[in-house]
Design a protein around this ligand. Structure first.
Ligand SMILES: Cc1cc2nc3c(=O)[nH]c(=O)nc-3n(C[C@H](O)[C@H](O)[C@H](O)COP(=O)(O)OP(=O)(O)OC[C@H]3O[C@@H](n4cnc5c(N)ncnc54)[C@H](O)[C@@H]3O)c2cc1C
Length: 492
């Protein structure tokens, strides 16, 4: 039996699948660049992992003290700060934000720019046509650039993944109205899991050399915390704090956290399980006095594939049970938390890595360590390799630590536009955590501000492809894209 769908009479220049960290920004950038844009989002608000998985604050991505992600990221921060949902600490870190405030800011920015959003809607699959076109003018440049690509001589990719043969004509979506096909000239897959790309037959990698993904986490908050008392306790116990408004504390087994004896006691007392100490971290949240946001619990190691619906569902259950244990721990062992209660359990499980497309270029950890620059750069990164491995611990380091160019204070590497361009399809871009990168490289470039910048590049490029190049994303003049991003305040 085949399920039937209706086809909408409307058509857009650009449809963005997934209005998350990269997708919401892509939608805003595309609308500002003059495209008619629809953002299709599974949840009821924009922002994805930064809002619905409650991942806050933005991780710092700096070189020589300067933020590397500017453009729309700067505007987001200004708007968040303006409404009391963002803050800067005494160290000049302006990345603290309230995820609930971000939902409002992103929606306002998209609607003000003339973009549309369709909430509570799942993208089911792309509809494909053979491209049948001669390769676009930009193709030659891509092939020249690929002479240096790590995969240019790898038969696994050259044989199975031609640059572009298919074209997406529409996305079949599902919501309370049933199944419907929505048409556009260009599509942006910002689902984080490369749902559209995978459905279009784009080759992808998933997980590490053993197919294991980074750990998932279900984030939550505790409200009703006496942060002044908690701060005094933390300062007395070796985790110095700036003020009750900017708290940050942590414990990971074997990492010399001063809170480790407390966790050991809680395991002995039966309040925590051993694995609850694999990763524990908490932050205060601007605009929410007396509330802490936890970057944990880590989900059970065997549940690590966020693109597997059964594992994803089990992760929600496993995470909720762990939140009960962590709440009991905080109430019993952390002064100031005695009357704390659960404020938020994130509606979305936090997923660090699932599918990563094979694009026209695949970023590697060597590119990061050697601070490689690319002629088609669209983003600068200096965030470390940060693998939350289900094999144990968190890997922040690399064997070339200290020696590689990356470790200079003023270092950065670049992310080429080609990492957003999936093999096999003419009119699709993939910004965000599913961009083309190895497992290790993805753990570095996936942080939110890089997803913003990749989204901004994708939004402008998709608009130009739709309006000037009959949808062919490889035909976009990347030098002009860089100039435009700079004009909009970006550092590329
Ligand atoms: C637990 C955790 C902690 C982290 N800590 C930090 C941190 O402290 N700071 C930092 O900067 N980064 C952090 N990161 C990394 C960063 O938050 C993510 O890598 C980044 O937000 C991913 O952005 P994205 O746009 O690729 O995906 P997302 O933001 O997840 O967006 C994907 C969107 O697509 C929607 N979607 C998915 N599938 C479909 C579909 N089929 N149809 C319709 N919609 C769909 C989703 O609902 C979502 O809105 C963390 C990540 C995790 C998981």
């Amino acid at each position: 039996m085949t399920l039937s769908y209706t086809t909408s009479q409307r058509t857009w220049d650009v449809i963005v699948a997934g209005g998350g960290t990269a997708g919401a920004i892509a939608g805003i950038a595309a609308a500002r660049a003059g495209a008619s844009v629809l953002v299709v989002e599974a949840q009821g608000s924009l922002g994805g992992t930064g809002t619905n998985a409650w991942v806050t604050p933005l991780m710092r991505n700096v070189s020589d003290g300067q933020n590397l992600n500017r453009g729309l990221t700067d505007e987001l921060k200004r708007r968040l700060h303006g409404r009391g949902d963002g803050a800067t600490d005494v160290g000049g870190n302006d990345n603290w934000f309230n995820p609930e405030g971000l939902k409002f800011v992103l929606e306002q920015m998209l609607l003000e720019a003339g973009g549309e959003v369709l909430y509570h809607t799942q993208v089911v699959k792309p509809l494909l046509t053979e491209s049948g076109r001669p390769q676009a003018a930009g193709q030659k440049m891509i092939e020249e650039l690929n002479a240096t690509s790590v995969f240019s001589h790898d038969p696994r990719f050259t044989r199975h993944a031609p640059l572009a043969t298919s074209r997406i004509s529409a996305l079949v979506i599902h919501n309370k109205g049933g199944l419907q096909a929505l048409r556009a000239a260009v599509f942006i897959d910002a689902t984080g899991d490369a749902d559209v790309a995978a459905g279009a037959g784009v080759p992808f990698h998933a997980g590490d050399e053993d197919g294991l993904h980074q750990a998932m986490s279900l984030r939550f908050t505790l409200a009703g915390v006496d942060t002044a008392r908690l701060m005094a306790f933390l300062c007395e116990n070796g985790q110095g704090q700036e003020s009750p408004e900017f708290l940050h504390f942590w414990m990971v087994w074997g990492r010399k956290s001063t809170l480790e004896p407390l966790f050991r006691q809680a395991v002995t007392d039966g309040v925590l399980l051993e694995r609850d100490g694999d990763y524990f971290q908490a932050f205060s949240v601007p605009g929410r006095p007396g509330e802490l946001s936890f970057n944990c619990p880590r989900i059970r190691a065997d549940l690590n594939d966020g693109a597997d619906p059964w594992q994803l569902s089990a992760a929600q259950t496993d995470g909720r049970a762990a939140i009960e244990r962590l709440t009991a721990f905080c109430r019993k062992y952390l002064p100031g938390c005695e009357s704390a209660f659960i404020g938020v359990v994130a509606p979305m499980v936090g997923i660090r890595e699932t599918r990563r497309i094979v694009g026209d270029y695949t970023l590697t950890v060597e590119d990061i360590l050697d601070c490689r620059k690319f002629p088609d750069s669209i983003c600068r990164n200096h965030y470390p390799v940060d693998i939350h491995s289900v094999k144990g611990g968190a890997k922040l380091l690399h064997e070339r630590d200290g020696e590689a160019a990356y470790f200079a204070r003023d270092a950065w590497h670049e992310i080429p536009f080609r990492c957003l361009v999936p093999r096999g399809v003419t009119n699709l871009l993939v910004p965000g955590r599913a961009a083309s990168s190895t497992f290790e490289a993805q753990s570095s470039i996936r942080v939110q501000q890089n997803c913003h910048t990749m989204g901004e590049a994708a939004g402008i490029a998709a608009t130009w492809a739709a309006k000037r190049h009959a949808g062919e994303v490889r035909a976009v003049d990347v030098t002009a894209l860089q100039t435009e991003m700079r004009r909009l305040g970006g550092l590329v």
